[in-house]
Design a protein around this ligand. Structure first.
Ligand SMILES: Nc1ncnc2c1ncn2[C@@H]1O[C@H](COP(=O)(O)OP(=O)(O)O)[C@@H](O)[C@H]1O
Ligand SMILES: [Mg+2]
Length: 184
């Protein structure tokens, strides 16, 4: 879904279970996505492992991959919660260093739907994030990016509210999201 799109750094922002990875898979080719969970899985066989040294390595690896891709002018999607400004700052700095536009996609799925989708993911054999963590990161997302308006530092902000009921519209058509340059 990136055909004809001007190259950009696209940063997903959303709580666990909000549907970021599903959206990324829909709109980007797998090799265009840098996903912290996937890198953690590659390094440790456990995408949910929370260990400070692993986290440092995973973030460093992602930064290297990001710089290489951006230096080549390649569209790159960052799949992580990115709910705090300090997490986003290094991504914005990388985009600026390579004169790449930075786009934010805020996945505003309600806390309730994040929880439901987190449970659905577990039922499907995927990752399960403790509900307290989902709630905490949802709250952090709202505190950081509010309910409307642009996300500070980004050239373009898109806000997308996914609900399970919305699924066929969201995934069946990109009509609603025309106007985003990366969907041109
Ligand atoms: N709009 C949607 N409707 C129905 N199911 C969805 C939707 N978005 C995501 N899902 C499902 O919900 C679960 C969580 O989505 P995922 O993309 O893994 O979230 P995140 O990457 O934000 O943690 C997955 O099982 C996914 O298939
Ligand atoms: Mg994900």
């Amino acid at each position: 879904m990136t055909k004809g799109m001007p190259p950009a750094l696209v940063v997903l922002i959303g709580a666990p279970g909000s549907g970021k990875s599903a959206l990324a898979a829909r709109w980007f080719k797998p090799h265009q996505i840098l996903c912290l969970d996937e890198l953690r899985l590659r390094l440790t066989d456990d995408e949910g492992l929370r260990e400070a040294t692993v986290e440092t390595e995973v973030v460093r690896l992602r930064a290297e991959m990001l710089h290489i891709r951006l230096s080549r002018g390649l569209t790159t999607c960052i799949d992580a919660t990115n709910v705090r400004a300090e997490y986003r700052a290094e991504l914005l700095a990388a985009a600026a260093a390579h004169q790449m536009p930075a786009h934010a996609i805020v996945v505003e799925t309600s806390a309730w739907d994040c929880r439901k989708q987190n449970e659905a993911r577990r039922a499907a054999g995927g990752r399960y994030v403790p509900p307290a963590v989902v709630r905490k990161l949802y709250t952090a997302m709202r505190e950081s990016v509010g309910y409307h308006g642009p996300v500070a530092g980004f050239d373009i902000t898109r806000r997308i509210r996914l609900t399970p009921e919305f699924d066929s519209r969201v995934y069946g058509s990109t009509r609603q999201y025309r106007g985003a340059p990366w969907l041109a």
